[in-house]
Design a protein around this ligand. Structure first.
Ligand SMILES: C[S@@+](CC[C@H](N)C(=O)[O-])C[C@H]1O[C@@H](n2cnc3c(N)ncnc32)[C@H](O)[C@@H]1O
Length: 335
């Protein structure tokens, strides 16, 4: 059906939608449509449209209950959501902005849209971000990169600009947490904002969570408080190689999620291990032999003092062509 609407440049979409909503003329009964760089935004009363807009009329489909970015774009964009932050992964800047504008104009609850602007870098495993879009009518006073993410019943406040976090590991973290028994002593050697440590504590473990990134530990403490497990987590900002001396032979379980360089920390893991200790060792290797190098490194560090039994060889996800992110669950038993 032909309905009154305004025609605006795609890049002005979110700002225009908000201006029309403020003027009280945005028509929620019809969908916003994108055609060749122009957005057609339906209005209830063309005479009430602010003067800076060009009014026209157009065949617009009635609005379904929820309008997705794909409805606006005409194709399914690749998006990841972390709370109200939406992440696109686009090399083409124009396409990235087109997707961001569609996200903001859609019914997806989005406070900001970010694009990955670098690879994950350095010891702290943080990347740069480009803010493609952000709402200016949010009730919360947060930077566009800070968000609250929910995973398996726990909530995590984090700032992507300052800490590592990947929602893609949710299933893997759950696999580990399900193995934890109440009363276990767990050291999360590279804890980040706590996505292993907090559910582990919630499962009844006594957790020591360590990270070199002071900001990550600040968020981890806040997340422990939010999830009501502060009394079972000791959060330490520092290098695990230095912290380990205080927890020698203490751990029943070790989580080693630093896949590119976990091999350099296996001696530290053995120092932390109690008489019977399971290590969750993450690694990234060529798919021709994904488990061999890790097994060799662990055996070299642990034997002969411990027997090292490989309980699980698990591919977490494909990382790059011919490279896989894997996890070895290894039980060390003192001889
Ligand atoms: C891949 S991230 C994993 C974070 C968290 N486990 C998660 O799943 O989100 C690795 C973390 O190890 C930390 N890190 C790097 N070197 C470290 C060290 N020597 N001691 C303690 N933490 C370290 C980084 O700051 C980063 O937060």
């Amino acid at each position: 059906m032909e309905v009154p609407c305004v025609a605006v440049d795609r890049t002005d979409g979110e700002q225009s939608r908000q201006a029309l909503a403020t003027a009280g003329v945005l028509d929620d009964d019809y969908q916003i449509v994108h055609e060749e760089g122009t957005l057609y935004i339906p209005v209830t009363d063309p005479t009430g449209v602010p003067a800076e807009f060009e009014t026209t009329s157009r065949e617009l489909p009635p609005r379904r209950t929820v309008q997705t970015p794909a409805d606006i774009l005409g194709y399914e964009p690749s998006l990841e959501r972390l709370g109200e932050v939406v992440i696109v992964d686009e090399d083409d800047s124009e396409r990235a902005h087109e997707i961001a504008d569609a996200v903001m104009a859609s019914d997806l609850p989005a406070r900001s849209v970010l694009n990955r602007a670098s690879k994950i870098k350095g010891e702290l495993r943080v990347r740069d971000w480009e803010v493609l879009a952000e709402t200016d009518n949010s009730d919360v006073d947060r930077s566009p990169t800070e968000t609250v993410h929910r995973e398996y019943g726990h909530e995590f406040l984090l700032d992507l600009d300052a800490v590592y976090f990947s929602p893609r590991l949710a299933t893997e973290r759950h696999r580990i947490v399900q193995q934890i028994q109440p009363g276990e002593r767990v050291v999360d050697m590279f804890a980040g904002v706590g996505p292993f440590a907090i559910p582990a504590a919630a499962a009844g473990a006594e957790v020591v969570a360590v990270d070199l990134n002071e900001t990550a530990i600040k968020y981890l403490r806040e997340n422990a408080r939010r999830n009501d497990v502060s009394e079972r987590i000791t959060a330490i900002s520092g290098d695990i190689r230095e912290v380990a001396a205080d927890y020698s032979e203490w751990a029943d379980r070790l989580i080693m999620n630093l896949p590119h360089s976990a091999g350099e920390f296996v001696e530290t893991a053995v120092d932390l291990a109690g008489d019977d200790c399971v290590i969750h060792y993450y690694d990234i290797q060529h798919d021709s032999d994904p488990f061999g190098p890790g097994i060799e490194t662990i055996r070299a560090a642990a034997e002969p003092a411990y027997e090292a039994r490989i309980e699980t060889e698990h591919v977490v996800r494909s990382y790059a062509p011919h490279e896989v992110n894997i996890c070895l669950d290894v039980r060390l038993s003192r001889r």
